[in-house]
Write a protein that binds this ligand. Structure first.
Ligand code: CUO
Length: 727
């Protein structure tokens, strides 16, 4: 009997957030128990669907949930050894009746992506496959129906495609709004931890006494994919952070191109969310003494920085492609997955987009002009029209054949630059995948190019007039931050978070924990003293941004240099009473962040989840990771500036017929479910445009000149990096 056959049910250990750690659990310890276990049925929609996310590479009949749950497929043609090999008697059996309505031929192109290989949303053929599979899942009615259909499809389509499609459908279907998605870190640990570490854990498991039940721990970070010899590796802890990569995956699930999804201000949010990622990356780079990221505007010269991911695809052991230093991008000739595209095409599309920006209009397929300006009737803004043609969303581009597919194909050419014609049969690089692309430095160079086009458009927009910036009668007297009774000094350093790798990968049924080291900070509060000189209460929007005070040369920046470095920290509404007001707001309430990644264990322990708060959760579950709210700063302290601005909520608010679902977190980057984006002003206001030439009769040179308006305020803060001493 092999080691594998000796598998016993094991309890899952408690997971820890923070420095203290778990090392082992015993069977007598707080055993993992599915809340509905003793009912021998799936208690709610959450539990009905949760186990479809577990062990994506293993046959669906493999016991899940620590050996306690098993899908039982009626008339199944899978060898019985899969279900019986483990010698378990799972206490919850999930019957899956035969579904004659789900035949392989109904899946369209969904079966065209080989199992174990990468799935790239930047490839048109893979988007088509996703659309075909999502269409099948979208036709289901309720969680039980979806679970049955998905369980039947499991194993017949690519693993990442399967997880993508089921996540997409859960997010789109109203009746499933209470169902939450488990973190990608647990579904696909191989996207976050090098294969070497996973193999070591497997070896350790193989050598363990079968009666032992301790969890194996995989430690990872903050030293990530390379050595500091290459300057780009100094910031790899940031690019390879699990939270920002999960955020990027989740964001694109909500705002996909080519999937028939047309959300309010979708294009503008594509611009803004990615612009903010670059601003944050630049802030991090300046913290480390690195220059701001350079746009990739010449495809005819080699890309200086290579990237070696050391990860595998879909937990399959198949390696992602690596790019050597100084690789020259080449024409795309992976004809097995897409039409040929030349570097020249990228150049032509970029020139056409720039032409449209400078002329102020695009040309649709009938040859008619489509002005790049906000259209009150359709609700589309100029930037949405531009973004749809640039991302590109073939469904929504005004002229897809003419303006092309610059951003998506840009990802593809970079993802295959090491093997553009499949001569070596190498897998794509990580920049081709939504859940890994931020790891590669070239992602930021590509997106800097994309952002450059958006900024070119933004510079054609008239600067805000004084009356658009000024809010009479309301004045910020003082504003700053307080942490642990200390004012204006913020602390960052390393922290750890644990996840169960064994939910995504089968380690002979034993618990294996990932302990990931990540950047974090001490929570803090904003304090804002506001005078309302009006005789009546006033509702205002508070906008808070952070930027480095000095550029890479340690000089203060003028407005234009600092403009696209400002990172949104928070945005919220405050009801001001007449007279003095003291507003206190916690950093944890940020409008851009998602507080927690939800683990399988969190979701197993969650209740039925039907409150409206919980219903909104998945959507709010999108967001920048809270632990990455602040840049690292420097051990000796680094100077940053906070910018506070109050605007009139009466002008900012957006009417949302049918009720507004308030979700506390993530709104600025992710919008709101079933509702319009809740801020009428352009995203990034007031830094999205050139400065007003004068304010209150004086010229504007720096952001501080905006603070001449009483409703704006600037304040210096220091960010200190404490390393291991954060906790
Ligand atoms: Cu998010 Cu290029 O759009 O990665």
């Amino acid at each position: 009997m092999s080691q594998r056959d000796l598998r016993q049910p094991h309890s899952f250990p408690r997971l820890r957030r923070g420095r203290s750690s778990l090392l082992s659990s015993s069977r007598s310890d707080t055993s993992f128990r599915l809340s509905s276990m003793n009912q021998r049925t799936m208690a709610n929609d959450q539990q009905r669907l949760l186990y479809l996310f577990e062990l994506p590479q293993e046959p669906i009949q493999t016991p899940r949930g620590g050996g306690s749950v098993q899908f039982k497929l009626e008339n199944d043609d899978t060898p019985p050894s899969v279900a019986t090999r483990v010698g378990l008697s799972p206490s919850v059996s999930v019957p899956v009746p035969e579904r004659k309505d789900v035949a392989l031929q109904d899946l369209g192109t969904a079966t065209s992506i080989p199992m174990g290989s990468a799935f790239s949303f930047f490839l048109a053929s893979h988007r088509r496959a996703a659309r075909d599979l999502c269409n099948v899942f979208m036709k289901t009615n309720g969680a039980e129906d979806l679970m049955q259909v998905a369980a039947r499809v499991h194993g017949k389509v690519n693993e990442t495609l399967f997880i993508y499609a089921i996540s997409f459908v859960i997010l789109r279907k109203k009746e499933l709004h209470s169902v939450r998605l488990p973190t990608m870190v647990e579904v696909f640990p191989s996207r976050f931890v090098p294969q070497e570490a996973l193999s070591r854990a497997q070896l350790q498991v193989n050598r363990m006494d079968p009666n032992q039940s301790e969890a194996v721990i995989i430690e990872h970070g903050p030293e990530f994919s390379g050595s500091p010899v290459k300057p780009e590796h100094r910031v790899s802890y940031w690019r390879e952070d699990y939270g920002i990569n999960v955020h990027h995956w989740h964001w694109h699930l909500i705002y996909p191109p080519g999937m028939g999804v047309d959300r309010d201000r979708k294009g503008e949010l594509f611009y803004y969310m990615h612009q903010q990622i670059i601003a944050r990356y630049d802030m991090e780079r300046l913290s480390l003494g690195l220059p701001r990221v350079q746009k990739l505007d010449n495809w005819r010269v080699p890309i200086e920085d290579g990237y070696f991911p050391k990860l595998t695809v879909n937990n399959s052991g198949r390696a992602w492609g690596s790019r050597q230093d100084n690789t020259l991008p080449k024409d795309f000739r992976r004809t097995e997955i897409g039409d040929p595209v030349d570097i020249t095409d990228l150049e032509i599309w970029r020139a056409r987009l720039l032409g449209a920006i400078h002329q102020g209009y695009m040309v649709d397929r009938n040859g008619d002009k489509v002005p790049l300006r906000d259209d009150v009737t359709s609700g589309k803004r100029g930037i949405d029209i531009l973004a749809d043609a640039l991302e590109a969303d073939a469904d929504h581009s005004v002229n897809f054949p003419y303006y092309g597919d610059l951003h998506n194909i840009g990802h593809d050419i970079l993802a295959f630059s090491h093997d553009p014609d499949n001569a070596h049969k190498e897998e794509m690089g990580v920049v081709g995948d939504l859940g890994t692309s931020l790891r590669d430095p070239v992602f930021f160079r590509l997106h800097k190019l994309v952002d450059d086009l958006f900024q070119e458009y933004k510079l054609t927009q008239p600067p805000y007039k004084e009356e658009e910036l000024f809010l009479p009668g309301v004045r910020i007297e003082r504003a700053g931050v307080v942490r642990d009774d200390e004012a204006d000094v913020l602390l960052t350093g390393w922290n750890t978070r644990e996840f169960e790798a064994s939910r995504g990968i089968d380690f002979n049924g034993r618990p294996v924990i990932l302990r990931l080291t990540h950047l974090d900070h001490k929570p803090f509060d904003y304090h804002i003293q506001i005078n309302n000189d009006l005789r009546e209460p006033k509702e205002v929007t508070v906008r808070i941004y952070l930027a480095p005070k000095f550029n890479g040369r340690e000089q203060e920046m003028n407005f234009m240099e600092q403009r696209i470095l400002w990172c949104e920290l928070d945005k919220f509404t405050v009801h001001l009473k007449p007279g003095k007001n003291h507003v206190v707001r916690s950093s944890k309430e940020s409008s851009i962040t998602n507080l927690e990644e939800l683990t399988f264990k969190d979701l197993e322990n969650s209740g039925p989840g039907n409150s409206s708060e919980q219903s909104a959760f998945n959507f709010c579950g999108c967001g920048w990771p809270q632990h990455m709210l602040l840049p690292r700063g420097r051990p000796e302290g680094m100077a940053f500036q906070l910018f506070f601005m109050l605007t009139d909520y009466a002008k900012d608010k957006v009417s949302n017929p049918g009720g507004v679902r308030r979700c506390a977190n993530g709104v600025s980057f992710c919008g709101m479910q079933d509702a319009k984006y809740p801020d009428a002003r352009p995203m990034g206001f007031p830094f999205d445009r050139r400065p007003a030439p004068t304010l209150q009769g004086l010229p504007v040179n720096t952001t501080a000149d905006y603070a001449r308006l009483g409703n704006a305020f600037m304040h210096d803060v220091t960010i200190k990096f404490l390393g291991d001493k954060l906790n």
